[in-house]
Design a binder for this molecule. Sequence first.
Ligand code: PGA
Length: 256
Amino acid sequence: MNRRYRKTIIAGNWKMNKTATEGKALLDELKQTIARVKWCEVVVCVPFVDIPMAIRALKDTRIAVGAQNLHQEQSGAYTGEVSASMLKDLGVKYVIIGHSERRQYFGETDSTVNKKIHVALEAGLHPIVCVGETLEQRESGITAELITMQVKAALAGVPAEKIRSIVIAYEPIWAIGTCKTATAEQANEVCELIRATIRKIYGARAARAVTIQYGGSMNAKNAQELLAQPDVDGGLIGGASLKAPDFTTIVEAANQ
Ligand code: PGA
């Protein structure tokens, strides 16, 4: 973390968990335990159908609501899809784009990720853009090239004045939901590389201002060490965001 230059952001990614009723119970608990957060931004990225409940439940708190996806077109005949303006209209602030589960199970590519970033920014949403390598890619030594390419492809055409609205989440695929966390050094190394890539495109000031999260089995035990790294500005938390005590501990680690 480096709060002098950029925001620390802890975002929960509930994935396809929690009905609105269950989610409300979790948020009611979090509202009590996360009441005093001052130094970091807290976000819960909930399923689409939970969004109205979450907006209502979190009114007058410092916890923001995020979505987990959106469609790359602004409107039209795309049955079953949700647009950026629909999210914005509900009061959503953040949206996860290009999560590896979307890339793996729903055919998302660097190109759709790029389009989604553009529609999100146009609607005034803050994209949380996920990048990350598979175990095979890491073992064959192409992590740096791959991540650099994913970041460049994601940001293609994004103007300099919008770059600070974007959060990047480095999520090694081998660490997601596996209890295999990247070491603090591995996480920082890639987050640093992402910042260097942004620096080459947008310059040093912009690179310094962008929040870069780590995600992948971040939990109450390892959060502090990961967040102590200079280029790790927060976390995207899956499993551990579903339990109020664990998520609270992570937020507290970021709020120090
Ligand atoms: P995990 O998920 O914390 O359960 O590994 C992280 C994510 O997929 O965003």
